[in-house]
Design a protein around this ligand. Structure first.
Ligand code: NAD
Length: 492
């Protein structure tokens, strides 16, 4: 088995207890690597190293232009190592190699984009309304950032945080998911190979309570950037607020994918299947509620069922495979539980409904693509995030009803709108409460486009120019150029 150590101050180190835990290969259903089991002492060592890197040495003294250059050099190095990273991702989380390779080839763009922004971070001279003053603002890095990531797209979701944090001049301690730690460790090794100074990015692997929570609590950490479930996000938000830390939270979703009768049906069917069965439904933006106008309901359901039924399950490394295993044993059990919940809710099973075994599925944690029709939007299946290949189909009659059902959710991350009527596309996009709306497409993301959630789907936006501001503090400087310092008891 492979062995992975912590990464602190540019060195691979055992955890302070010397303990390890195992990481599973979901296609083989057995462990493939041992990962160092970090704890609060290791968090302290990593945060201390990160703090040192921010206060003295090459990173602290680097000009913004130079920082940008380091980020673009990293981009080139990552591009050369995309295949290596994709292979580790597949081994750890079971997603398709074709998808993970595409993701890993796309990652360098974040470093190019934010590398280009690094020397455009600037304050402003404020034409202040009070005579005798010169007033300006200055931007400075917020401090040491704690990054906590989930297992479904470990590197992609890490890069969304890391690239803007580094562009801002911050240093970082990463706590990857205990299910998928290996790719992050390999990734950080590549960053340093490309010239990132030691101590700027550190990784402490381990469990949420043993590593994540001490990271949130550490007094030298000034910002927590988290992606994961809303339950953990709520806990982290409460914990961080006790020390008034900056927090951004990218959480779960129950995204509506709305198909109107004037849609291009073939595209909408492809979009519906891609929304929920690509990545085995394990994406925060999964289009897990398919809202279909009643006049085309049966036709759409029939086509979605036929396409999903034909999906090939199997080895995620095989280019012919379309649906891979569920990433973790716990998640596999959770998905099967929700399939039972759908049954208990009284929905009609139109496809799947059980684990897939034998054949190309080997010993992997596979669940058949599952479709329920006649789902009541108030039911648990429509309201709770399954995070797996389970689709809830809901019929509607009018545009107003579609919008009302779409918005009747505590989440608000993504939404799909399928229509050829542009007026309707604008109306529904404006009316749906979600951070992203895709019209006649689904699942598109880019380093340029802000991403984040309304309501319980989170706090803050990642990607786009504005994301750098989340890693900066603004200082206002007032210089008295000759104004008399008058009555001390009256504020001027
Ligand atoms: P999770 O909340 O269980 O874990 C996420 C991370 O938090 C892990 O690293 C975990 O170890 C850590 N953690 C757990 N308890 C902690 C604690 N008390 N203190 C600090 N850290 C702690 O989520 P998951 O199961 O890994 O990921 C799936 C979830 O992530 C889904 O809900 C999904 O929707 C969400 N997600 C959101 C986005 C987005 O951008 N909005 C993207 C991907 C996934």
């Amino acid at each position: 088995m492979e062995k992975y150590l912590l990464h602190i101050d540019g060195e691979r180190r055992a955890s302070s207890t010397g303990e390890f835990f195992e990481s599973d290969n979901p296609f083989e259903g057995r462990p493939w690597a041992q990962i160092a089991r970090g704890n609060s002492d290791d968090v302290d060592r990593a945060v201390t190293a990160a703090h040192r890197a921010m206060t003295s040495g090459p990173w602290a003294e680097m000009t913004q232009s130079h920082r940008g250059l380091v980020l673009t050099t990293i981009a080139d190095h990552l591009a050369q190592n995309a295949e290596l990273l994709a292979c580790i991702e597949v081994r750890d989380n079971g997603k398709l190699y074709s998808e993970m390779l595409g993701q890993c080839q796309y990652l360098p763009n974040w470093f190019r984009y934010y590398g280009g922004l690094a020397d455009k971070i600037e304050g402003t001279v404020v034409p202040i309304d009070k005579p005798g003053y010169f007033a300006y603002t200055q931007k400075s890095p917020v401090g040491v950032v704690g990054i906590i990531t989930p297992w479904n797209s470990p590197l992609l979701l890490l890069v969304w945080k890391l690239a803007p944090a580094l562009a801002a001049g911050c240093s970082v301690v990463i706590k990857p998911s205990e299910y998928t730690s290996a790719s992050t460790l390999e990734f950080v090794r590549l960053l340093e190979e490309a010239g990132l100074p030691a101590g700027v990015v550190n990784v402490v692997t381990g469990f949420g309570v043993e590593v994540g929570s001490p990271l949130v609590d550490h007094p030298l950490v000034r910002k927590i950037s988290f992606t994961g479930s809303d339950a953990t996000g709520r806990r982290i938000g409460e914990q961080a607020s006790r020390q008034f830390k900056h927090v951004s939270l990218e959480l779960g979703g129950k995204s509506p994918n709305i198909v109107f009768e004037d849609a291009d049906i073939e595209s909408a069917v492809n979009g519906a299947v891609s929304g929920i069965f690509a990545a085995t439904g394990q994406t925060c933006i999964a289009g897990s509620r398919l809202l279909v106008q009643r006049s085309i309901h049966d036709e759409v359901v029939e086509k979605v069922v036929a396409l999903a039924r034909s999906a090939r399950m199997g080895d995620p490394m095989d280019s012919q495979t379309q649906v891979g295993p569920v990433t973790t044993r716990d998640q596999f059990d959770k998905v099967l539980h929700y399939i039972d919940v759908g049954r208990e809710d009284g929905a009609t099973l139109a496809l799947g409904g059980k684990a897939a075994t034998g054949g190309d599925c080997g010993n992997g944690w596979f669940v058949e693509p599952t479709i329920y029709t006649g789902v009541n939007n108030a039911s648990r299946l429509a309201q709770e995030e399954v995070f797996g290949p389970v689709l809830a189909v809901i019929a509607f009659d009018t545009e107003e009803e579609a919008v009302a059902i779409a918005n009747d959710s505590r989440y608000g991350l993504g939404a799909g709108v399928w229509t050829q009527n542009m007026g309707r596309a604008f109306r529904v996009s404006a009316a749906v409460h979600s951070g992203t709306v895709w019209v006649n497409t689904y699942r598109a993301v880019s380093y340029m486009m802000p991403f984040g959630g309304f309501k319980d789907s989170g706090l803050g936006r990642e990607n786009g120019i504005g994301a750098v501001d989340d890693y900066l503090e603004t200082k206002s400087v007032w210089i008295n150029t000759g104004a008399p310092v008058g009555n001390p008891f009256v504020m001027r």
